[in-house]
Design a protein around this ligand. Structure first.
Ligand code: PCA
Length: 321
C-alpha cells in the first residue's frame, strides 16, 4: 500500500513539473510598423502568455532573421518552427498558392474571405505535404497601382520599371509592357529613391508604411485582388506539442485572423488618406485603364486556371457557388 502511495506521489510530481520552455523565433518579411507584423507580435504575446511561457514566440520583422523569399523553406526544414510569408510569393512553386492573386476574381474583403474559405482545404493539404501546418491568414487591403507620373491608360505604362512581389505581378508587368524587377517590401523605399523601380501594384498600407510619397506621386485604386499573408508552423514542431498548447495556438490564431482582417479593413481608407497627406494624388483608375486591366485580368485568369488545373477550377467553383 505504502509503495503504491509513493508511486502515485512520484507520478503527481512528474505531472506537475513545468514542461521545458521552448523559444520559438518567428521570422516576418514585413517591417515592424506594418499591421501584419503588429498583429503577429500580438499573436506571439497571446501564445507566450497563454502557454505560461512554455512556448515563447519572438517575432523578427523586416526579413531580419530570414529574407521573405527564404522564410517558408526555413520553416519547412525546421530552421525555425514558425514564420509568416506572403502566400502568393510561392505561386511559382505551385500555382495554387496564387489563388488570391488572380486579377478581379475577389476584389472586396467579403469576397476575399469567401475565396479563402473555398481554397483552405486544398491549401492545407498542399502545405501538409510540405511539412507545414497552416495557423492563420490575413488579407492585405485591395491592390492598386503606384506611379511616378500620371497614367491614364496601359499605353502610359510602357517601359516603366515596375516592382513585382510574385509571379502574377511580374506577369502583369509583362502584359502592360513594363519592366518587372522583384523587390521585397522591406526594401522598396530605397529602390524607389534610387530609381531601380518607379511603380508597383500594392496596397495603400504598404505604400503608407514605406512612405513612398518621397519618390512616387500617384496611387490609382484598382481593387485588383487582396493577397494574403499566412502564418505556418513546421508540422514536426506542431505534432510535438501537447493538446493544451495546441489549443492555445489555435485560439490565438483565430483571434489574430479576426483582428488582422479588421485591421486590414480599417487601414484601407486610413492609409490612402495618409498617402494623400504625404502629397500623392489618390484616385480611382480611369475607366480606360480599368477596362484595359480587366482584359489583361481575363488573360491572367485563363493562364492561372490552365496552370492550377482541376484543383484551381474547383476553388473558383466553390467560391462562386
Ligand atoms: N503589400 C505587400 C504584398 C501586397 C501588399 O499590399 C507588398 O507590397 O509586398
Amino acid at each position: 500500500m505504502r509503495r503504491l502511495t509513493y508511486a502515485l506521489a512520484a507520478t503527481a510530481v512528474t505531472a506537475a513539473a513545468p514542461a521545458l520552455a521552448e523559444k520559438w523565433d518567428m521570422p516576418l518579411a514585413y517591417s515592424a510598423t506594418n499591421f501584419h507584423s503588429e498583429n503577429a507580435a500580438e499573436f506571439a504575446q497571446c501564445v507566450t502568455s497563454g502557454t505560461n511561457g512554455e512556448i515563447e514566440i519572438t517575432t523578427h520583422p523586416s526579413g531580419s532573421l530570414f529574407k521573405g523569399a527564404d522564410i517558408k523553406r526555413a520553416v519547412q526544414t525546421g530552421q525555425v518552427p514558425i514564420g509568416e510569408r506572403l502566400l502568393s510569393g510561392h505561386q511559382n512553386e505551385n500555382p495554387l498558392f496564387g489563388f488570391d492573386s488572380v486579377p478581379f476574381l475577389a476584389t472586396s474583403f467579403d469576397d476575399s474571405v469567401a475565396l479563402y474559405e473555398a481554397a483552405k482545404p486544398k491549401l492545407e493539404e498542399v502545405l501538409a505535404e510540405q511539412n507545414l501546418t497552416l495557423l492563420y491568414a490575413v488579407p492585405w487591403p485591395p491592390q492598386g497601382l503606384y506611379f511616378k507620373d500620371e497614367v491614364t491608360s496601359v499605353e502610359d505604362m510602357k517601359g516603366v520599371k515596375f516592382r513585382s512581389y510574385n509571379s502574377a505581378t511580374a506577369r502583369l508587368a509583362e502584359l502592360t509592357g513594363m519592366l518587372p524587377v522583384t523587390i521585397e517590401a522591406a526594401e522598396i523605399s530605397q529602390a524607389f529613391a534610387t530609381g531601380v523601380a518607379e511603380s508597383m501594384v500594392s496596397s495603400g498600407a504598404t505604400g503608407y508604411d514605406r512612405k513612398v510619397w518621397e519618390s512616387l506621386n500617384y496611387f490609382y485604386e484598382v481593387d485588383a485582388w487582396l493577397p494574403r499573408n499566412y502564418v505556418m508552423v513546421n508540422s514536426d514542431a506542431w505534432n510535438g506539442l501537447g493538446d493544451a498548447n495546441k489549443t492555445v495556438l489555435t485560439d490565438c490564431a483565430a483571434t489574430a485572423e479576426a483582428n488582422g482582417l479588421q485591421l486590414s479593413k480599417d487601414y484601407t481608407q486610413f492609409t490612402m488618406d495618409g498617402l494623400a497627406e504625404g502629397g500623392m494624388t489618390v484616385a480611382p483608375a480611369s475607366d480606360t485603364l480599368v477596362g484595359e486591366l480587366k482584359t489583361i485580368g481575363e488573360t491572367m485568369t485563363a493562364e492561372w486556371l490552365e496552370a492550377a488545373g482541376d484543383d484551381g477550377q474547383a476553388i473558383v467553383d466553390a467560391f462562386k457557388n
